[in-house]
Design a protein around this ligand. Structure first.
Ligand SMILES: [Zn+2]
Length: 307
C-alpha cells in the first residue's frame, strides 16, 4: 500500500504532467439508477398485487359494509384483512428477503466499485503519478457489510409501512362507508408516498456510501485534509438568497468558514462542525446533502506553509 507521503510526493518531481486539483468523487449514478429502479419495481408490484386482491373483495363487500357503517365491523373486516395480509405476507417472506438482500448487496458493491475507480483516477490525475492505492482499506469490508444490512432494513420498511397504512385506509374507509373507488384513490396516494420514499432511500443511501467510502479511501491514502465544496446552486442549505437560507446545518457556511486550516478545509478524520454539531462529513451534512470533500494534496492543491 502506498501513501501520499513526502517521499512519495517527491516522485512527483519526475512526473510529466502538471499537477492539477483532484476532481470530486461523486455518488455513483449507476448504483443509484439500479437501486431506485429495483425499488420502483417493488412498489409497483406491491400496489399491483394489492389492487388485484383487494378490488374484488371491496366490490363484493360494498353492500354489507355500507349498510353496516357505524354499527359493527364484524364479518367483513376479517375477510378484507385476510386479503391485504395475503399480499403483504409475500413482501416479508424468506424469498422476498433473499431478493432484497441481493438488491442491497449489488447496490453497495456497485457504489463501492465506482467510488474506488473514481477515487483512484482523481488522485492519480492530480499527482500525475500512478499510485497503487489500496482498493479495499482495512475495515472497509465490515463497513460494506453493515451498509448492506442497513439497506436491507430500509427496503423492508417500505412494504411494512405500506401495508400497515393500507390497512388503516381500508378499514377506516369501509367504516365510513366510502365507495371502493374512493378507497382505491387513497391507496393510490399511499402508493405514491411509498414510491417517493423509495426514491429518497436510493438517492440518500448511494450518496452516504459515496461520502463514507471517499473518507475511508482518503484516510487510507494518507490524505489528511479535504476542502468542503457545496453544489453551488439555489438548493444549497444556508445559501443567502437561496431556497433554504435558514437551514439548521448550512452547507454554504461549512464550505466558507475557516477553522484554522484554510477556507472550507477540514481534517478527513474529524469532519466539520456547525453550530455545535460535530463530525459533519461532506455528503452527510444533512439528508440529501450534495457536498463533496476535495482531497487536499500537499504541493498540488494544498499549500499549508505559504500562510
Ligand atoms: Zn451539503
Amino acid at each position: 500500500m502506498e501513501k501520499l507521503t513526502a517521499t512519495n510526493l517527491a516522485m512527483m518531481e519526475q512526473r510529466k504532467k502538471k499537477p492539477r486539483a483532484p476532481k470530486p468523487v461523486l455518488p455513483s449514478q449507476e448504483a443509484e439508477r439500479y437501486y431506485s429502479g429495483q425499488l420502483r419495481g417493488m412498489v409497483r408490484l406491491m400496489a399491483g398485487e394489492l389492487v388485484k386482491a383487494l378490488e374484488p373483495e371491496l366490490k363484493r363487500l360494498k353492500r354489507d359494509y355500507i349498510a353496516d357503517a357505524m354499527l359493527t365491523m364484524d364479518g367483513w373486516t376479517d375477510e378484507v384483512l385476510a386479503a391485504i395480509r395475503g399480499v403483504s405476507r409475500r413482501f416479508s417472506s424468506s424469498l422476498f428477503e433473499s431478493q432484497i438482500q441481493r438488491v442491497a448487496a449489488s447496490t453497495v458493491s456497485r457504489a463501492d466499485a465506482d467510488n474506488a475507480e473514481d477515487f483512484r483516477k482523481s488522485v492519480n490525475q492530480a499527482v500525475g503519478v500512478d499510485f497503487q492505492l489500496i482498493t479495499r482499506p482495512r475495515g472497509m469490508q465490515d463497513y460494506l457489510e453493515a451498509s448492506t444490512a442497513e439497506n436491507v432494513n430500509l427496503i423492508k420498511s417500505i412494504p411494512d409501512e405500506y401495508f400497515k397504512n393500507v390497512e388503516t385506509i381500508v378499514l377506516g374507509g369501509m367504516k365510513d362507508g366510502l365507495a371502493p373507488t374512493a378507497i382505491a384513490k387513497q391507496i393510490q396516494e399511499q402508493t405514491g408516498v411509498s414510491a417517493r420514499r423509495a426514491k429518497l432511500i436510493a438517492r440518500d443511501q448511494v450518496s452516504q456510501l459515496n461520502s463514507d467510502l471517499t473518507r475511508q479511501r482518503q484516510a487510507a491514502a494518507g490524505i489528511e485534509f479535504y476542502k468542503a465544496v457545496d453544489a453551488g446552486d439555489q438548493r444549497v442549505s444556508g445559501a443567502p438568497g437561496g431556497k433554504y437560507p435558514n437551514a439548521k446545518i448550512s452547507c454554504w457556511g461549512i464550505a466558507r468558514q475557516d477553522i484554522g486550516y484554510g477556507v472550507g478545509i477540514y481534517k478527513v478524520a474529524d469532519g466539520a462542525t456547525w453550530k455545535g454539531v460535530t463530525n459533519l462529513h461532506p455528503g452527510k451534512h444533512h439528508i440529501l446533502c450534495r457536498c463533496v470533500g476535495l482531497a487536499q494534496i500537499p504541493g498540488v492543491n494544498y499549500f499549508p506553509d505559504k500562510g
